[in-house]
Design a protein. Structure first.
Length: 501
């Protein structure tokens, strides 16, 4: 199937090269008007048309010609594209047969910037029957027009005659990598475009025939089978959307999602690998695996942003790193102490084993571990617990966000996309910097982490696990990651941030 497809695609590419690349620079010209100014029928409005003169000399059988010069190619034309030498200001030469040029003026430019090419007479000269036009830069589709007055070249000494409707002239010039050609005024779709459309339709039809005859309409990288996805609850929305998108493209693949935290996902796949049953498993972790799991291999998937979230009643929108550390150490217990409202601080955290919690401890608390919980309801301390800040923990990102939104004075953390747009929540800045990829990429926003995909050992290249990992890092997967507010690793200004340390 692949060879047959190449047999169709390669000629298509060659045709595109012929249509688009080889002739991409083209100068076109055409005579839009060629009319006699002799034998004027006398009327009360004939005015100057009844007697055309140069100085005191009456023109012999004068004609009026309108010449249009246009860029009808696929790319812009600059001064350096003209075939004449750089020392020659002339770009195009127009030579008329049996007629001399007695007057010429530029009457229309599609872009006013082109007018500068005709100033000071550079490259614009008239010598008997020859008109020289300058090297005019023109963007694709632009044009200019020259109105000319012509007369008989024999000065009226020969038999009286009137020129035919189409002026006889020769246009010489050219552009590098292209050509100059006479064009015709026309409406409707050009033949070149019709030919291209027809050829592309033929390619599509040929591909449909090839795929139909193969009995398999799935893309080349589609894999079949079943894959269990585990790990980060923060990454779950991306994983779920990507799994659905992959299944829509490859119907013989199916997925089960069991996202209960990075730590649990890593342990599950590691144990399955030791038991010899991990070929159908893939887990995602906010950050690197812990030590003691040498069989798990990481693949950087995305640059993930996290944010601190505070209940809207706290009156806080910006915290310094030092203030955050003091809050989690229990040294600051009321928002009023740092300029907020008079509300006690309540900390809503993730359970131990959470990748989001690990990222928070590593990136924001400088490696310091959060103290354990002292509350189940996140409102009051459990009986017998020491005095201090109320602390509780939840299993998932969504549970943390719901609890912070419903608890006055609450502070928590989560993946940025999950927190965005939630009622009752404010995503706080850290040291004055919002959670943006640009700030994190340049080291001014600290709360981020690499999202890794882990398998036990190297999966076979044709397996669903390997194919799905490739899918997450190709264009479709990258689009899904971006749509959730995060960034594919390859798009960072400093991609090394995503690599395991």
């Amino acid at each position: 199937m692949a060879l047959a497809t190449l047999g169709v695609v390669v000629p298509g590419i060659a045709a595109l090269y012929e249509f688009v690349v080889k002739g991409r620079k083209r100068l076109g010209y055409r005579v839009q008007m060629d009319t006699t100014a002799s034998n004027v029928v006398k009327t009360q409005h004939d005015g100057p048309f009844a007697q055309l003169v140069v100085g005191t000399r009456k023109l012999e059988d004068p004609t009026i010609v309108l010449l249009r010069i246009e860029n009808n190619g696929a790319t812009n034309i600059d001064e350096g594209d003209y075939s004449r030498s750089h020392a020659d200001d002339t770009g195009i030469t127009v030579t008329f047969t049996d007629r001399n040029v007695v007057g010429a003026v530029v009457t229309e430019v599609s872009d006013t910037n082109m007018g500068s090419s005709f100033q000071n007479g550079g490259g614009f000269t008239v010598t008997e029957n020859v008109l020289e036009l300058p090297k005019v830069p023109m963007n694709r589709g632009e044009h200019y027009k020259v109105l000319l007055a012509l007369e008989r070249a024999d000065g009226g000494k020969g038999p009286r005659q009137y020129p035919p409707p189409d002026v006889d002239c020769t246009v010489k010039g050219g552009v590098g990598g292209g050509r100059i050609q006479e064009t015709k005024s026309r409406t409707g779709t050009p033949k070149r475009v019709l030919a291209m459309i027809g050829f592309l339709v033929a390619i599509v039809v040929a591909q449909l025939v090839i795929f139909a005859s193969s009995g398999d309409s799935a893309p080349l990288d589609c894999a079949s089978g079943h894959l269990r996805l585990t790990g980060s609850t923060a990454f779950e929305p991306v994983a779920r959307e990507a799994a659905k998108s992959y299944h829509d493209l490859c119907p013989r693949a199916s997925f089960t999602l069991e996202m209960r935290g990075s730590g649990e996902g890593l342990q599950t796949v590691d144990q399955a690998g030791r038991d010899g049953s991990a070929t159908d498993r893939l887990t995602f972790s906010d950050g690197e695996k812990p030590t003691g799991m040498p069989g798990l291999l990481p693949r950087p998937i995305a640059f993930f942003l996290f944010t601190l979230v505070v209940n809207g009643d706290a009156g806080i929108q910006d915290l310094t790193l030092d203030q955050i550390k003091q809050i989690y150490q229990g040294k600051i217990t009321n928002w009023q102490e740092i300029g907020g409202n008079n509300l006690p601080i309540r900390l809503i955290s993730r359970n131990p084993g959470s990748g989001t919690r690990a990222a928070f401890q590593r990136r924001v608390l400088a490696g310091e571990r959060e103290p354990g919980s002292n509350s189940d309801d996140c409102q009051t301390r459990d009986p017998g617990s020491p005095a201090g800040v109320v602390r509780c923990a939840r299993d998932t990102t969504d549970a943390v966000l719901r609890t912070v939104a419903s608890t006055p004075g609450a502070l928590g953390y989560s993946e940025l996309s999950a927190a965005t747009g939630r009622n009752g929540l404010i995503s706080t800045r850290i040291n004055g910097h919002a959670a943006t990829v640009e700030d994190a990429d340049h080291g001014t926003y600290p709360f981020w982490e690499t999202e890794f995909g882990y398998t036990y050992g190297e999966p076979p290249a044709n397996s669903l696990a390997a194919s799905f990992l490739r899918y997450l890092t190709n264009q479709t997967g990258a689009d899904i990651i971006r749509s959730h507010g995060d960034r594919p690793c390859a798009e960072l200004a400093n991609p090394q941030l995503c690599h395991p340390t």
